[in-house]
Design a protein around this ligand. Structure first.
Ligand SMILES: Cc1cc2nc3c(=O)[nH]c(=O)nc-3n(C[C@H](O)[C@H](O)[C@H](O)COP(=O)(O)O)c2cc1C
Length: 233
């Protein structure tokens, strides 16, 4: 599909889906790549673990974005998985900054609150993170990422690593001629292990150094990082 048709397709598909997702969590429905026009009003729940085993801190945030994008015609795609909204917020800042299209990875079997209860050794997320071969199915796989040159890839850190569903995404497409820029949110852990995992898992044309953000990082912080990437030069 050429770029123009893809964007049109995204707008039509996204417009239908926004009405379905307006009240949902970050992992609540099937979504296809969307453009910035579809970013409207979103309510997110923010969960931050102070330490790996610490009790999560929950914050409700309401964000109403009224900024109109200048253009959606670019070669950048912001892909992210976010269960409790922290990574989604950073992704939204990135979309604003880059005017990029977006693709939200949703699990075919959504992660419930019990699934991510990390103090429970046998919760789904912990079991998946303990097994590097697990590939949770994606509910809404995109046909192709061919029309994008640069992929920002966002995720929460789960037990020091990328959630296994990120590996599902990475193994589903050809990144050998793409620039991939990881970013993550976490309570305190860094991005380094997940970056290494990603680099070892698949062949990436150009993997740029990623960045970890705390929950609640500002748009200015994201912009500052983005500028250091020199992607427009
Ligand atoms: C199963 C699970 C494991 C986690 N493991 C870590 C961890 O190893 N290190 C850390 O700093 N935070 C950890 N966290 C906290 C999340 O990384 C953090 O809350 C993140 O911002 C959530 O992103 P999201 O809101 O986009 O889902 C974990 C959270 C869950 C649910």
């Amino acid at each position: 599909m050429n770029k123009t048709r893809k964007v049109l397709f995204s707008i039509i598909t996204g417009a239908c889906l926004v009405s379905l997702t307006a009240c949902g969590s970050a992992d609540s429905s099937k979504r296809q790549p969307t453009t910035q026009q579809e970013q409207t009003t979103e309510t997110t729940t923010t969960v931050e673990a102070k330490e790996d085993k610490a009790a999560p801190e929950v914050t409700e945030t309401n964000d109403s974005s009224t900024e109109a994008p200048e253009s959606t015609e670019n070669n950048t795609l912001v892909v992210y998985f976010s269960r409790t909204g922290n990574t989604e917020k950073i992704a939204e800042y990135l979309m604003d900054i880059t005017n990029a299209d977006s693709y939200v990875i949703d699990a075919a079997v959504p992660y419930t609150d019990e699934d991510i209860e990390y103090n429970n050794d046998s919760c789904r997320a912990n079991q998946e993170q303990n097994d590097k071969t697990v590939r949770p199915e994606i509910a809404n796989p995109i046909d192709s990422i061919d029309s994008y040159d640069t992929i920002f890839l966002g995720y929460p850190i789960w037990w020091g690593q990328e959630p296994r569903i990120i590996d599902t995404f990475l193994e589903s497409y050809d990144f050998s001629e793409k620039t991939v820029v990881p970013f993550c949110t976490s309570g305190s852990s860094g991005i380094e292990t997940s970056e290494k995992n990603i680099g070892e898992l698949i062949n990436i044309g150009n993997q740029l150094e990623g960045r970890r953000f705390p929950a609640g990082a500002s748009k200015d912080e994201v912009k500052e990082w983005y500028d250091t990437l020199n992607l427009n030069k």
